[in-house]
Design a protein. Structure first.
Ligand code: NAP
Length: 436
């Protein structure tokens, strides 16, 4: 028997569990830990609530989760309730699949002003992550600025611009839906420090901006490189740039039909956040040019009005005591997933915040191959039994997958008409909903 602990129940965690079941069948017991009482990590709290088809991948993880050899143990914070060292003493392999839940900081003057919010917090707020449910962003102003030109920036801009009707069928949480109903935002400026050819937004997601009820995307023709240069682009980027060209060709009268403008501001590097009375009022931006793929300042500056700023500039893994950390990459220091003997990482905790959900599948399978090479066959470790003993001494309240299914039933029962669920947004309500 092998004893495997996976820390984190998001895509990276469950693909790793799936790979372990495939590799060892009944010869391994796999425990999946999560800090929250509910599983699926980024699928629940990161993927946009209006992207239900992406969220549907959790059905696949469910199949793994209900297998005989796999156990979900929610409401267990590794690093607080149990240390990584304790886990490695109990299990043959501990795989950290903790993702990258912290915002990369926009390190400029004024970044601490009120209503300057990182995407981890903002996305967590509209997705009902217990840590961010109380965020209460101020949407009373007309101007929002979104910093970064990746898919998270796109999610944030789209969510800020959708009408209530467009959220039908989504699982956006009630507090966010209500706040968005009262929102006065009319302009959403998306700032990219480089140009159209360096855009990180993918075509499918970018194309959604053409189908919004109330908002239309604005691109300045002057920012677009000569069309023939697109031939050198990788096909995905080329498609995105073609969409940007489509946006630039939208006639004024069509823009006029939509009350919200989503403006793409390229070659725009934020330099200072300007505040009034402690609250953000604008962003000072330096115009850049791109040289050998890098943004270089031109010295020319201008201001963009801003009543709300959401920075979408990437994420970092949360460090854990005793686990070597790569400060530059913002994830655990590792060699193809190996951190220390018996300790591994996978997904964003291994390679930083990039790729799609599907990228985690080969990641999970490859880390299990490595674990297999390292640990061999039978084990003398105590695994689940040892953890349960320790959990009892510490009075830990473990939430099982069966408990989660009861929580989910209660969320489904509470859903507004047409929505898949109404999420609990605090830990106590989640735990209470599992019943006796
Ligand atoms: P991302 O794709 O890496 O984009 C980050 C953006 O922030 C880039 O435009 C980057 O510009 C910019 N940036 C970084 N540091 C900056 C700074 N100091 N000042 C100004 N701009 C800065 O990251 P992401 O949007 O957080 O997405 C993370 C991953 O999740 C990606 O793989 C993404 O595709 C995926 N995702 C997918 C979906 C989906 O619906 N398919 C949704 C959300 C996220 P530079 O390029 O110049 O560095």
């Amino acid at each position: 028997m092998r004893h495997i602990a996976i820390v984190g129940s998001g895509p990276a965690g469950y693909y790793t569990a799936e790979a372990a079941v495939k590799k060892w069948g009944e010869d391994a017991l796999i425990d999946v830990y999560d800090k929250l009482p509910v599983p699926f990590g980024l699928i629940r709290t990161g993927v946009a609530p209006d992207h239900q088809s992406i969220k549907a991948v959790s059905r696949r993880y469910e199949k793994t989760a209900i297998g005989d050899t796999v156990r979900f143990a929610g409401n267990v914070t590794v690093g607080e309730d149990i240390t990584v060292e304790e886990l490695t003493s109990l299990y043959d392999a501990v795989v950290l699949a903790t993702g990258a839940p912290r915002d990369r900081q926009l390190d400029i003057d004024g970044a601490g002003s009120r209503n300057v919010i990182g995407s981890a917090a903002f996305v967590g707020w509209y997705n009902g992550h217990p840590e961010f449910a109380q965020l209460d962003p101020d949407l009373s102003g007309k101007h929002a600025v979104v910093v970064g030109m990746g898919n998270v920036a796109l999610d944030v801009a789209r969510i800020l611009s959708k009408s209530q009707h467009e959220f039908a069928g989504s699982d956006i949480v009630a507090h966010a839906l209500e706040a968005l109903r009262e929102s006065n935002i009319e302009t959403i400026s998306i700032l990219g420090r480089r140009g159209p050819h360096q855009i990180m937004m993918t075509p499918k997601e970018l194309g959604e901006l053409l189908h919004l009820d109330r908002a239309s995307p604005h691109v300045d023709n002057a920012d677009l490189p000569p069309m023939e240069d697109d031939a050198f682009l990788e096909p995905g980027v080329r498609k995105s740039v073609t969409l940007l060209r489509d946006f630039a060709a939208i006639p004024e009268n069509i823009h006029g039909e939509k009350p919200i403008a989503i403006e793409f501001d390229f070659f725009a590097n934020p330099k200072t956040i300007v505040s009034e009375g402690g609250k953000v009022a604008g962003v000072e931006v330096e115009r850049t040019k791109v040289e050998a793929g890098r943004a270089v300042g031109t010295g020319e500056t201008y201001s963009v009005p801003a009543d709300l700023v959401v920075t979408c500039i990437g994420y970092r893994t949360s460090p854990l005591k005793g686990v070597p950390f790569d400060e530059r990459a913002g994830c655990f220091a590792n060699d193809e997933g190996r951190i220390l003997p018996g300790l591994y990482c996978v997904g964003w905790a291994k390679r930083g915040p990039s790729g799609t959900i599907g990228t985690n599948r080969p990641d999970g399978y490859s880390v299990i191959d490595i674990v297999d090479q390292d640990i061999g066959g039978a084990s003398r470790k105590r695994g689940r039994e040892g953890f349960d003993e320790l959990a009892q001494t510490r009075g830990l309240e473990i939430v099982t997958f069966r408990d989660w299914q009861k929580i989910e039933e209660a969320e489904i029962a509470a859903a507004r008409k047409g929505a898949p669920r109404e999420k609990f947004v605090d830990i106590d309500s989640m735990i209470a909903a599992r019943g006796a």
